[in-house]
Design a protein around this ligand. Structure first.
Ligand SMILES: [Zn+2]
Length: 162
């Protein structure tokens, strides 16, 4: 099984890995230590020390705090509470539910009907980064994107206990 240098993974995350190397990585079996290199690359970029257990998006992570608590955290340091709860409940929300607000995103012929769809934009209260966008019918419940089984993932996929 191949093992790629951490620098390759860093370049991959930064979208700077040359296409030939990217294609080679895509064509081979996934390297055994990829996840650890990936976490290490992510960890060296954040200004805090809580251990990243799993990324949830480009800016959000599930982290392990010193007391053992596992929370969702933005790369700016903003925390959104227990990872088993929907972090969107702690985010700032901008809802595009009128023709005018939707036209800013879908101008011209690509218009969508506010009777049928609204856009919910979620922002970090700490750094104002847009974290997620939902396109749903009006009144639809907040979508809980992802609830990983961390223990099983670490035990069965990584071969170690959390
Ligand atoms: Zn933030």
């Amino acid at each position: 099984m191949p093992s790629y240098p951490k620098d390759w993974i860093r370049d991959l995350v930064d979208r700077k890995l040359p296409w030939q190397l990217t294609k080679q990585m895509m064509s081979e079996f996934k390297d055994e230590n990829r996840f650890d290199h990936y976490l290490a690359v992510l960890q060296e970029r954040v200004p805090w020390d809580d251990a990243i257990l799993l990324p949830l998006g480009e800016h959000l992570f599930i982290v392990q705090k010193e007391g053992g608590e596992r929370v969702v955290k933005c790369d700016c340091g903003q925390e959104f509470g227990d990872y088993r709860e929907n972090w969107k409940l702690e985010a700032l929300v901008y809802i595009r539910d009128t023709r005018e607000k939707l036209d800013e995103i879908y101008p011209g012929h690509r218009k969508c009907d506010p009777e049928w769809m609204e856009l919910r934009e979620f922002y970090c209260p700490g750094c104002a980064t847009q974290l997620e966008v939902e396109a749903v019918t009006p009144g639809y419940p907040l979508i809980f994107d992802f609830l990983p089984d961390l223990e099983v993932f670490y035990r069965d996929w990584l071969g170690r206990e959390l």
